[in-house]
Design a protein around this ligand. Structure first.
Ligand SMILES: Nc1ncnc2c1ncn2[C@@H]1O[C@H](COP(=O)(O)OP(=O)(O)O)[C@@H](O)[C@H]1O
Ligand code: SF4
Ligand SMILES: [Mg+2]
Length: 352
């Protein structure tokens, strides 16, 4: 059986260092893990970009390569076993993969900051939150103890931690999950980065708290005109905050679209399945749809379209030929800006 991979010839604009170009541009990124059981190809030719003031949501089930892509951008990938055999990651037009360790460190935290799902394991349990925030200002901006503490309190206020002044000496475990996540956001904001990568920032929280934290993140992103990459497995949380979406499956982007269009007109069966599995208030009591099966083990990715064993639309070609991410058009051929689908049957999916 011949497996044809046409995904490599997807056109993408180059990174740019002028102010109007994207802040960050990932180009044909590949990441693999060399394990005892074989090579897991976790990221297979990912392209995406984010501009200042823009929010990109990266969506997909667990194991699709979302976090690994983020780790490659941050320069915090486990290497080994991880390896980047190919790709470019432009930040303001400069390929970070070609930078020295010191140059990367200058960007990490100051220019690009990251927020993780689990604040408890990211914050130091034996230091007060005020100390940890103040430390950022002391180390990176050379502020005095007193100045740094004042800035820490101001920042806790900014992320709306009630009674920040009284709570500045409290330890992480003394805060609720939602409040801890606000502290993580404050830590990420401290040095006023250009770009924040939030990896499942609300996944561990209750639904109502989730919405509050997401709203706060969106508000700060607007106020500071930052770029934001919001990684999530939950299509339900991105509607109000993201500008555009990249859907990932088995290490590839399978659909890209401006956010409002993905809800009304998905062009990939996987996205369609994800949309159908969002709980809806008007369907209370009805059984929730779930895409059958599980995402593949990356050591044994199905041939052709990796989604084919789970896809209700799969045909023979789906088992032999990897579909490239192609532009999605209207029925009359008019291009839909920012839209792409990696499905042999995208036309049937969106127009059918
Ligand atoms: N440290 C590692 N060692 C080996 N394989 C890894 C490692 N980290 C990630 N992987 C592989 O990469 C895949 C994608 O991981 P990840 O990007 O974390 O998925 P997600 O989309 O859930 O964030 C995993 O399913 C696993 O196969
Ligand atoms: S290429 Fe085939 S298997 Fe893959 S999503 Fe499209 S129809 Fe389904
Ligand atoms: Mg992840």
């Amino acid at each position: 059986m011949t497996i044809i991979d046409k995904t490599a010839d997807v056109p993408a604009p180059r990174g740019s260092d002028d102010a109007s170009g994207p802040l960050l541009e990932v180009r044909d990124l590949h990441v693999e893990f060399h394990t005892r059981d074989g090579v897991a190809k976790a990221v297979n030719g990912v392209n995406y970009s984010v501009s200042a003031g823009e929010t990109l949501a990266v969506l997909g089930e667990s194991g699709s390569g979302k976090s690994v892509t983020a780790q490659a951008i941050m320069g915090i990938l486990d290497m080994p076993p991880g390896r980047i055999p190919n790709g470019e990651i432009f930040f303001r037009g400069q390929d970070m993969l070609k930078m020295s360790g010191e140059e990367r460190r200058q960007i990490r935290g100051r220019k690009i900051a990251m927020i993780f799902q689990d604040a408890l394991s990211s914050l130091n349990p034996v230091l007060s939150v005020g100390y940890q925030l103040a430390e950022m200002f002391r180390v990176h901006q050379g502020l005095s103890k007193k100045e740094a503490k004042a800035k820490a309190i101001a920042l806790m206020d900014r992320v709306r931690i009630p009674a920040a002044k009284e709570r500045v000496n409290d330890y992480p475990h003394m805060f609720s999950g939602g409040m801890r996540q606000r502290i993580m956001i404050a830590m990420a904001l401290a040095l006023e980065p250009d770009l924040i990568i939030a990896d499942e920032p609300t996944t561990a929280l209750d639904v109502t708290v989730q919405a509050q934290v997401m709203d706060l993140l969106a508000e700060l992103q607007r106020d500071f005109n930052m770029g934001l990459i919001l990684i999530t497995h939950d299509l339900g949380v991105v509607a109000d905050v993201a500008d555009k979406i990249a859907v990932m499956y088995a290490g590839r982007i399978v659909e890209t679209a401006p956010v409002h269009e993905i809800y009304s007109r998905p062009a990939h069966p996987y996205t369609k399945g994800l949309l159908a599995s969002i709980p809806r208030l008007d369907q209370k009591g009805q059984e929730l749809y779930a895409i059958k099966g599980l995402p593949p083990n990356l050591l044994h990715v199905p041939s052709g379209c990796a989604f084919n064993p789970r896809c209700t639309m799969a045909q023979d070609i789906c088992r032999t030929e990897i579909p490239a991410l192609r532009p999605v058009t209207e029925q009359d051929g008019t291009e839909l800006v920012g839209r792409g689908s990696a499905c042999h049957f995208w036309k049937e999916t969106i127009h059918g």
